[in-house]
Design a protein around this ligand. Structure first.
Ligand code: PMP
Length: 416
């Protein structure tokens, strides 16, 4: 599989070589080469990440921050080095602002349970958008029901973009947080988060950015963005599952109570009272997911080695090519036609259910996602039960899009 991308005469995108780094891509599915187009659900892992996990458990495994023995020191150093890599990757001001969590879901729940419970009172308002993943809806509903606050939802236009003027109109003196997805996992829309943050900050409202679908496709600089919180998951950026990040501005994190109570997050405990550890440990109760945190650091090294700009350019080409090809297919409708889109194409047919599409394609070796993609309100908005979704990553090729295209044409023949 070839790529002829040559950006600015600087980066030559070596797709063939990149594909060799991902052992799973050599797999045959039902006798056909795996064509993995379900990257928005989770990405495959390069050998370097797999090796890091094996190496950690083979030669370094020990609990961190607690013992003076050699293995514990080595393991603590590797864990903290990984935190530094995350800090550098998103250009946070300090490692204190990088909290390891289980993933985006836990990161958002952490903010809801600390910032939300501590800073919001009855009658206050939170603004989210109509394209949020359930993990950026349900934690706020818990809070709404507990504190009697109001959840406001920015409506979407027919193309799958937020209606910015509606957002501006929604802001009141009671708005205490805007929590917004950067890139939609079901529509592919890239939201204008810079403008959202600017507008919110003009009104002294902090902003949480759900970057689960952005971190692997776009250059993120949290200081430039000026977001107050940012959440992402390791497994969407070629890292392990079960590990993720909450970035928070230091002054805000300092002002919040802890999320979970237990070991490592304390400074001193008596039966009468407990004082808490400093950042970021205050938010990392119990034994962390050490191996996977280290694996995430290796995944970020891998992405940086290729360059996020080169990856973005490659994926933009794939998206353009896939959109053109899919639009050639009679009866296929793309859901989500925003001007600014990332590596996701959701589509429907009038008379073929997405689950049939997914099952049929599986026999061609093609892995796509079908369903509501944990965004049921998006399905309601466009009056559809589900979509088929192809989503691209750094290792996908134009040839794989042709395989998808040919599979879809076969489906139409069979179903007509
Ligand atoms: N937000 C978005 C936009 C997502 O795509 C996802 C994962 N599909 C999540 C949040 C939740 O991520 P995780 O399940 O890794 O916590």
């Amino acid at each position: 599989m070839k790529s002829d991308l040559n950006r600015n005469n600087v980066t030559y995108y070596q797709l063939e070589k990149i594909r060799q780094d991902f052992p799973i891509l050599k797999k045959l599915i039902h006798g056909k080469p795996l064509c993995y187009l379900d990257n928005a659900a989770t990405t495959q892992k390069p050998q370097a990440v797999i090796d890091a996990l094996v190496e950690y458990y083979s030669s370094m495994n020990a609990n961190i921050h607690r013992a003076v023995h050699h293995l514990s020191e080595a393991s603590t150093k590797a864990f903290e080095d990984s935190r530094k890599k995350v800090k550098n990757f998103i250009n946070a001001a300090s490692e204190k602002e990088i909290i390891f969590t289980r993933g985006t879901t836990e990161s958002i729940n952490l903010v809801a349970n600390t910032f939300g419970r501590n800073k919001l009172k009855e009658g206050d308002e939170i603004i989210i958008s109509g394209m949020e993943h359930h993990s950026n809806i349900v934690p706020w509903q818990f809070l709404r029901d507990e504190k009697n606050i109001k959840l406001k939802v920015i409506p979407l236009n027919d193309k799958g973009e937020i209606i910015f003027e509606e957002f501006e109109k929604m802001i009141t003196g009671k708005t205490k947080l805007v929590s917004i997805v950067y890139v939609s996992n079901s529509l592919g829309t890239i939201n204008p988060v810079e403008r959202i943050i600017e507008t919110a900050h003009r009104n002294n409202i902090p902003v949480l950015v759900d970057a689960a679908q952005a971190i692997q496709h776009l250059k993120i600089d949290v200081q430039k963005l000026d977001c107050d919180f940012l959440a992402f998951s390791g497994h969407k950026i070629y890292g392990p599952t079960g590990i993720g990040i909450l970035y928070g501005k230091q002054n805000i994190l300092e002002s919040l109570p802890p999320f979970l109570g237990g070991g490592d997050m304390i400074s001193k405990v008596t039966f009468e009272e407990t004082t808490y550890n400093e950042l970021p440990y205050k938010f990392e109760a119990g034994t962390s997911n050490i191996a996977d945190a280290i694996g995430l650091g290796v995944a970020l090294d891998y992405v940086s080695g290729i360059g996020i700009d080169a990856i973005a350019a490659h994926e933009a080409e794939l998206l353009k090519y896939a959109t053109e090809r899919l639009m050639e297919i009679p009866g296929l409708k793309i859901i989500g036609q925003a001007e600014n889109k990332s590596s996701v194409i959701s589509f429907v047919f009038d008379n073929i259910h997405p689950h049939d599409v997914g099952t049929f394609l599986d026999f061609e070796g093609v892995a796509i996602r079908t369903g509501h993609h944990c965004t049921q309100p998006v399905m309601l908005r466009y009056n559809i039960p589900a979509t088929s979704r192809a989503s691209f990553a750094l290792y996908n090729s134009r040839e794989e899009i042709d395989i998808l295209f040919n599979g879809l044409k076969k489906i139409i023949e069979v179903f007509s």
